[in-house]
Design a protein around this ligand. Structure first.
Ligand code: 5AD
Ligand code: FES
Length: 346
């Protein structure tokens, strides 16, 4: 197994059977070795820097009905809110003063924010913060809309593919949602010139080891700049309420394998990972991750952007999260940096 990991660390690929054997390996010695080799590669490319992304969850309205998600349209119990442009700009201001140089604007698929409104928000942020990266995470849009946001000043786009397998995708989403459409969006975004982030939930219902290998293969085809992967965590108001959450050890193995397959990639230690274990994000960093995405949303709406239960940081001010993360990142042997943190792709 160690030989396989060494080979993966030098050629950044392995066959399906080998990847599957690493995914299921519970031997603590091997898992440790996997994390050590991944950390080595991460240090070669990014040193010990950890990049900050300030997440602004600006709308909890969504027209989609993904079965796993707490803000799906048919969840009548979800509390809905929208932030005004002024509120969003004020989040950016707080963030900038705390050293954030990337703002991630995320929402459900909310038609209230027309392309004109999104472009106006993006243009204002671009004008005030010319040195910052603007990342959007608004779901599936037309190529033309993506182009307009890009022209207004957006640089990056996050859109998880969720699973690269058609049948699995259709078990997680209503039939109105198509994996092919999602993939097309990702390729459109890349062609336009965005730095693109894809990704999937770990331990989502019906996921198997072979399906995770398919996710790796799709990612190899897409070559994204960022890969967002965190554990599935059930939400009490969804049909998946009784499904088990993704396992910490599997999350860590996947982060390490991703680092070995994609040495250059920006890999977040997600909030979901921090939500299933008190040291989840620190362990994620040690396994190969190099990005953290704390929340910059106003504290009074935080709890309402609840995609899954037991989400951390819903009561903390932005400054508290910044300080808490600085401590956590340092305790793991890295440091937070004030930088845009662009991808270092060969
Ligand atoms: N558990 C974990 N992650 C979730 N997401 C949505 N619902 C859940 C859940 N119950 C993830 C999806 C989505 C991202 C914004 O959050 O992968 O793309
Ligand atoms: Fe928010 Fe620790 S990161 S309180």
């Amino acid at each position: 197994m160690k030989q396989l990991i060494d080979r993966l660390a030098s050629v950044h690929d392995a066959d399906d059977r080998e990847l599957a054997s690493l995914l299921i390996c519970e031997d603590p010695d091997i898992q440790h070795y996997l994390a050590v080799r991944a950390d080595e590669i991460r240090r070669q490319v990014y040193g010990t820097d950890v990049y900050l992304r300030g997440l602004i969850e600006f709308s909890s309205y969504c027209k989609n009905d993904c079965y796993y998600c707490g803000i799906r349209k048919s969840n009548r119990r979800a509390i809905r809110y929208r932030l005004t442009k002024e509120q969003i700009l004020s989040c950016c201001e707080t963030g900038y003063d705390l050293g954030y140089r990337t703002f991630v604007l995320q929402s459900g698929e909310d038609p209230w924010y027309t392309d004109d409104r999104i472009c106006s928000i993006v243009a204002s942020i671009r004008e005030r913060y010319p040195d910052c990266a603007i990342t959007l995470s608004l779901g599936e849009k037309t190529r033309d809309s993506y182009q307009r946001y890009y022209d207004a000043g957006a640089n990056r786009y996050l859109l998880r593919h969720e699973t690269a397998n058609d049948t699995h995708y259709s078990r997680l989403h209503p039939s109105s949602m198509r994996l092919a459409a999602r993939k097309q969006c990702l390729f459109d975004l890349k062609e336009i010139g965005y730095q693109v982030g894809a990704g999937f939930m770990i331990g989502s219902p019906y996921q198997t080891t072979d399906l995770i290998v398919e996710d790796f293969r799709f990612l190899q085809q897409l070559r994204p700049d960022m890969i967002g992967c965190g554990p599935f965590i059930p939400h009490e108001d969804t049909a998946f309420r009784d499904e088990p959450q993704g396992a910490l050890s599997l999350c860590l193995r996947i982060l390490s394998i991703l680092r070995l397959l994609f040495p250059y990639v920006l890999l977040p230690a997600t909030t979901a990972l921090g939500s299933i274990h008190p040291a989840g994000r620190e362990l994620g960093l040690k396994a190969g991750a190099n990005v953290v995405m704390p929340n910059l949303s106003p504290v009074d709406v935080r709890a309402y952007y609840r995609l899954y239960d037991h989400k951390i940081c819903t009561g903390e001010e932005a400054a508290e999260c910044r300080a808490c993360l600085a401590r956590r990142v340092e305790s793991a042997g890295y440091q937070l940096v004030t930088a845009r943190g662009d991808v270092r792709k060969p």
